[in-house]
Ligand binder design. Structure first.
Ligand SMILES: C[S@@+](CC[C@H](N)C(=O)[O-])C[C@H]1O[C@@H](n2cnc3c(N)ncnc32)[C@H](O)[C@@H]1O
Length: 211
């Protein structure tokens, strides 16, 4: 499939780390991310489907786009036991498999750090979310501490993306969401570490409205 993005080692590692992250607080973050959603939803880079158990019953359909084959297979298993109807689809952030203004909400969770072109991914979300619809986001972002941010930028410019399935530590995702034409309505900021040996990163969790 041409839209597959293969990161076999990262995919298996992420599947393990995500189990630890859920116990350390990510499950609660995901529940808050999706609380109160309704209608038709698109989820970008759904990974192994850790959001799926948290979709409320008011959601009528989820299109869960995932380009990595191993994670997509795990997501398909998770979709089969999800409380709402979830279709796991092959696709990439640069070209979402949905019509213009065809969904009520878009979900970006720990994914805008990994896409090759954040502005383009957000432009695609803006295209497919209907006017007045929501973008829900849960992302790790660049530190507010200047020295830490400098280290993050240095890692992003060298080895880190290659080791982490193209993850980046130093993106200012809140600013990118605003630049893409969304109006931020809520945005919590907190430190979170997904596993005992990993240092905590700044995270944002919130809602933006598509103008
Ligand atoms: C850190 S994982 C997060 C997975 C999931 N969203 C979660 O909340 O656990 C990053 C995800 O982004 C996906 N991804 C990477 N590049 C992508 C792209 N160009 N388009 C869509 N998804 C992408 C990866 O395959 C992976 O599933």
């Amino acid at each position: 499939m041409s839209e597959d993005i293969r990161h076999p080692i990262f995919a298996r590692l992420y599947a393990r780390i995500s189990e630890s992250a859920e116990k350390r607080g990510a499950a609660d973050h995901r529940a808050r991310l999706l609380s109160g959603l309704s209608g038709r939803v698109i989820e970008l880079g759904a990974g192994n489907g850790k959001n799926f158990p948290h979709y409320p019953s008011t959601v009528t359909e989820v299109i869960a786009v995932e380009p990595e084959p191993h994670l997509r297979e795990l997501a398909q298993r998770e979709a089969a036991r999800a409380p709402v109807s979830i279709r796991v689809a092959v696709g990439v952030a640069d070209e979402l498999p949905a019509e213009d203004a065809s969904v009520d909400a878009g979900i970006a969770s720990l994914v805008l750090c990994s896409v090759p072109d954040q502005a383009r991914a957000l432009a695609e979300l803006h295209r497919v979310i209907r006017p007045g619809g929501e973008l829900r986001f849960y992302e790790h972002v660049v530190s507010r501490h200047p020295i830490e941010a400098r280290v993050q930028r240095a890692l992003d410019a060298t080895i880190y993306p290659a080791l982490s399935g193209n993850d980046h530590l130093s993106r200012d995702t809140r600013k990118a969401i605003e630049r893409a034409g969304f109006v931020i309505e809520t945005c919590e900021r907190f430190r979170f570490s997904p596993a005992a040996l990993l240092p905590p990163d700044d995270h944002i969790l919130g809602t933006a409205r598509r103008a």
